[in-house]
Design a protein around this ligand. Structure first.
Ligand code: GLC
Length: 734
């Protein structure tokens, strides 16, 4: 529909019809099923507002979608179609590794492929918009939603945000099998005080602009069609009511002209924050702050008319919001074809097809991070291997935001082992549940599966026997999929107690342990590391998890993942991240000087495993780090070279990382910052020279005056295998 006709349409809508276009309700208001992702409170949503609601969250399935869309348009006074939205975070029915695991691939292009597949499966099922990518920068593993982010680095998050938006949306969302993306949560939701869910966020504007905003901006530059506000306050003002954040920064500075949607009931929650005295004031604050869609409260429907009549809210703000929503429906082609790609036949053909499973397998294999390996991995054909632990047969290995993932579609470790049973002698024993009675508070009650002590004792006994009779133990440990995600903050980062018991019992009889770790977040792995000879972090790997794990365990694929988020030495270190500042008394463990230095008396400063860290079965050696010159001006580019050689007996892929330190600035500068990365495949004995281009643009940062730019002076260049790389070369920007 031409733009002028859209404007004409808005003009012809009544005040009530315009206001109800801003309402989003769950599919439960249309059919007797939905997917609830937030609290349901008394909301006063009326039949009339439902019949004119602009969008629905949680409607799934082409057939049902078509029925509802037909019935809705039939009754709508202006035949405006419904917009259907859903959280498709890491896959629709073909589930990919959780986003934190995708970050570990250091391969945004692969996440683009995952998003393309997710978009295709979603589109044929009637979904128009996904509430992804989540790009909140995270430094605190106590916060459960770190699993949904691609990690602690600004550049990495921005690269993945761009790739995921491109994957979901293509060149334009009207194309076949494309859906609109929604970048979230604006802004800085990933920095809650104490790592406690929904808690207060306090950031200097310099830190906000320098580290937290760029990933949202990356998504906006990639053309993301929607932004979602965050639950948190930012420096005392809730994002959902924050005009400075949503109008001055998001719209005026970043140039975003798409739809801004509240998070679930976040408009109503302005009251609970103490930022609005009642629902009506909350409606006015949110509207004036630029929030277009009210997710699931009915507050706009109930209050905007009187707010406009009394002049608190200008009607043109409402008209702008309605036009933005209609624009999105128009871009999706819904006025001409309200079904878009919804198609029952294609649903059956496309969903979980082999091609999609192959993408999930590749993403899982590349996301695994080998944290330790004293040579016990890969397993050999002559090894007698006991697979032990609660994840051996576990099929819910797809993370908490994969509400459409199904166990019956998922490959467990035992499933994946089947095809290797001819060549390897394998036994399997569960040993314990993911959670024992003493761990039941770690997940919502309705997900907990009770176990009686005698069953627990029997499983443990069987596992110990299996370990005694094996050369090697592959011990599967980790988090229940609901232990991370929304409203899943934890003050401790250790394994469930039932699993600690299992680890100790197995270690007693057979210390030849290789651990497969399932987790949605960094954990305190000191105990696991002390009692194992290898740790392969597989995160929450998704539909093809078991196949990917066996391919890596048997050496068919070398692990290549790198940590997108630091694993702390212990929870007392958190928040911990690689790009910290020096302080005026920097602590350097190498010098042995501890007094009056910025350190702890009882633990190291360094995390157990740093950002960018990950081993391979190959052995990579770096040498000959050089620069093409040691002085450059703003117009010039210089090159950094390094040689990397595989001195191992396995082929492998290394993510070569470029870090730069700005030695002095108008604000203090981090110890180092990731500025580039390249993945290099090397056969045993093979060497390659890797080159990075360094430009003035890469040296820009948020200066003391809050503008972005570079400053002349000395810079150090590091190229290595992870963020703890110490060797550097120097150049000067003049
Ligand atoms: C949730 C989440 C948000 C999600 C929304 C809709 O509360 O915070 O990420 O997209 O509700 O499910």
């Amino acid at each position: 529909m031409e733009q002028h006709k859209l404007k004409e349409l808005v003009k012809n809508m009544s005040l009530t019809e315009k206001i109800n276009q801003l309402l989003q309700v769950t599919s439960g208001f249309f059919i007797d099923e939905t997917v609830l992702t937030g609290p349901i409170r008394e909301n006063g949503i009326t039949e009339e507002s439902i019949s004119q609601a602009g969008s629905v969250i949680g409607l799934l399935g082409a057939k049902k979608y078509k029925e509802i869309q037909d019935a809705y348009i039939e009754k709508h006074p202006h035949k405006i179609p419904l917009l259907i939205m859903m959280d498709i975070i890491n896959g629709f029915r073909t589930i990919f590794p959780i986003p934190l695991a995708q970050g570990a691939t250091f391969e945004p292009e692969l996440s683009k492929k995952c998003a393309e597949v997710a978009a295709k499966e979603s589109a044929v099922s009637g979904v128009h918009v996904t509430f992804a990518p989540m790009v909140d920068l995270v430094r605190d593993a106590r916060w459960g939603r770190v699993m949904e982010s691609t990690g602690e680095d600004t550049k990495l998050n921005s690269d993945f945000a761009t790739a995921m938006v491109e994957g979901f949306q293509g060149d334009n969302v009207g194309q076949e099998f494309k859906i609109a993306a929604c970048v979230k949560h604006f802004a800085a939701y990933g920095a809650p005080t104490g790592g406690r869910e929904y808690n207060t966020v306090e950031l200097s504007e310099n830190t906000l602009r320098g580290y937290y905003l760029p990933a949202y901006e990356g998504a906006i530059k990639a053309g993301v069609e929607m932004v979602m506000t965050s639950f948190n306050t930012l420096n005392g003002i809730p994002s959902t009511g924050n005009r400075w954040l949503n109008r001055d920064i998001l719209r005026d500075e970043m140039g975003f002209n798409g739809v801004l949607i509240s998070d679930w009931a976040a408009i109503e929650e302005l009251q609970y924050h103490g930022y609005a005295k009642d629902r009506k004031e909350a409606a006015g604050v949110a509207m004036n702050a630029g929030v277009d869609i009210d997710m699931m409260t009915g507050i706009y429907s109930k209050n905007l008319a009187s707010l406009i009549e009394e002049g608190t809210v200008k009607e043109e703000l409402l008209d702008e919001a309605v036009l933005r929503i209609l624009n999105l429906k128009n871009k999706l082609g819904l006025f001409e074809n309200p079904y878009k790609d919804a198609d029952e036949i294609k649903e059956k053909e496309i969903i979980l097809c082999d091609e999609h499973r192959q993408v999930s397998l590749e993403a899982a294999e590349k996301s695994f991070v080998l944290l330790k390996n004293n040579g016990i991995l890969p397993i050999k054909k002559e090894d007698k291997v006991a697979f032990i632990g609660p994840f051996v047969h576990e099929k819910e290995i797809y993370g908490t935001w994969s509400m459409l993932g199904r166990p019956e579609d998922t490959v467990s470790i035992a499933d994946g082992a089947e095809k290797y049973r001819m060549d390897y002698e394998m036994t399997f024993a569960k040993g314990c549940n993911i959670l024992g009675e003493e761990d039941r508070n770690l997940i919502p009650e309705h997900h907990y599966k009770k176990i009686i002590q005698e069953d627990q004792d029997r499983m443990l006994k069987e596992a110990v026997e299996a370990a005694k009779n094996a050369d090697k133990v592959i011990l599967t440990l980790g988090e229940h999929r609901c232990m991370s995600g929304e409203a899943a903050s934890r003050a401790e980062l250790t394994l469930p107690k039932a699993q600690e018991k299992l680890l100790h019992a197995i270690y007693e009889v057979n210390p030849n342990i290789g651990v497969i770790l399932f987790t949605g977040r960094p954990l305190d792995l000191r105990e696991v590391s002390e009692k194992s000879k290898a740790i392969l972090n597989v995160w929450m790997p998704g539909t093809e998890g078991g196949n990917a794990i066996l391919n890596v365990l048997t050496g068919k694929v070398s692990p290549s993942g790198k940590l997108p988020m630091s694993f702390p030495y212990c929870v007392g270190q958190v928040p911990v991240h690689y790009n910290e500042y020096f302080t005026g008394r920097p602590y350097n463990p190498g010098t042995g000087e501890k007094e009056y230095k910025s350190n702890y008396r009882d633990i190291p400063n360094a995390p157990l495993y740093p950002f960018g860290y990950g081993l391979s079965y190959a052995k990579f050696q770096y040498s000959d780090l050089k620069l093409s010159k040691d002085i450059m001006n703003e117009e010039e580019t210089l090159e950094a070279y390094v040689t990397i050689k595989n001195e191992g007996e396995y082929e492998g892929t290394e993510t070569v990382q470029l870090y730069i330190r700005d030695c002095a600035g108008s604000v203090v500068r981090p110890r180092k910052e990731l500025k580039g990365y390249q993945k290099v495949d090397l056969q045993p004995g093979e060497a390659k020279r890797v080159t990075f281009q360094i430009t003035e643009e890469m040296l820009r940062f948020c200066k003391a005056d809050l503008t972005f730019g570079s400053e002349k002076g000395e810079f150090h260049v590091f190229v290595g295998t992870d963020s703890s790389t110490e060797e550097y070369v120097t150049f000067e920007l003049i």
